[in-house]
Write a protein that binds this ligand. Structure first.
Ligand code: NI
Length: 169
C-alpha cells in the first residue's frame, strides 16, 4: 500500500474525463488499496482516481461518522442514472482544492449505477450527504471540480488567490 500524491487545482489532469475500467484486475485492486489509504490519510470522505493521477473510472468513499467503525465503499464506472430535487450543500470542500470551501447547488437524491470491486453490479439510491459525495466524486471522473459549479465571480476570486500563491512560491 502506498500513499499517493493528490493533484490540486490548477493541474490540467483534473479537467479531463477519465477512461472506463475494462477489467477489474490485480492492478485495479492495488490502485483501490492505494486510493483508500490516501483518502484515509488525507483525511477525506471521498477520492476519485483522477485526483491521484489515475486515468480510470474509480471512486472510493467512506461517510461513516468519525467515532464509528470505518466502512469503505468502492464504485467502478459509476453513472448517475437519475437525479431529483435541488439542495445547497453547505461548505463543500475538496482535497484537490486546498484551503477553500463554498456552497454548491446539488441534487437532493441521485440514483447511481456501477460495479463494486468484485464486479458485482451496484444500484445505489442516495440521499443527503451520500448523494452529495457521489455527485462530487462522479463530477471528478468527468473532469469537473466543485469550483466549476459556483458562480464565476466566486470562482474568479479563488483563481486569483491561487495565482498569487503560486507566484509567491
Ligand atoms: Ni473532490
Amino acid at each position: 500500500m502506498a500513499i499517493l500524491t493528490i493533484l490540486t487545482y490548477p493541474d490540467k489532469f483534473l479537467s479531463h474525463p477519465v477512461k472506463s475500467v475494462e477489467n477489474i484486475d490485480g492492478t485495479i485492486q492495488d490502485m483501490i488499496e492505494d486510493m483508500s489509504s490516501t483518502m484515509y490519510e488525507a483525511p477525506g470522505v471521498g477520492l476519485a482516481a483522477i485526483q491521484v493521477g489515475i486515468d480510470q473510472s474509480i471512486i472510493v468513499y467512506d461517510i461513516s461518522p468519525r467515532d464509528e467503525k470505518r466502512s469503505l465503499h468502492v464504485l467502478i464506472n459509476p453513472k448517475i442514472i437519475s437525479s431529483e430535487g435541488t439542495t445547497i450543500s453547505e461548505d463543500e470542500g475538496c482535497l484537490s482544492v486546498p484551503d477553500y470551501r463554498n456552497d454548491v447547488k446539488r441534487s437532493v437524491s441521485v440514483l447511481v449505477e456501477g460495479f463494486d470491486r468484485k464486479e458485482k453490479p451496484l444500484r445505489i439510491e442516495a440521499h443527503g450527504l451520500l448523494a452529495v459525495v457521489l455527485q462530487h466524486e462522479i463530477d471528478h471522473l468527468n473532469g469537473i471540480l466543485f469550483i466549476d459549479r459556483i458562480s464565476s465571480l466566486k470562482r474568479g476570486l479563488y483563481k486569483k488567490r491561487i495565482k498569487k500563491m503560486l507566484k509567491q512560491k
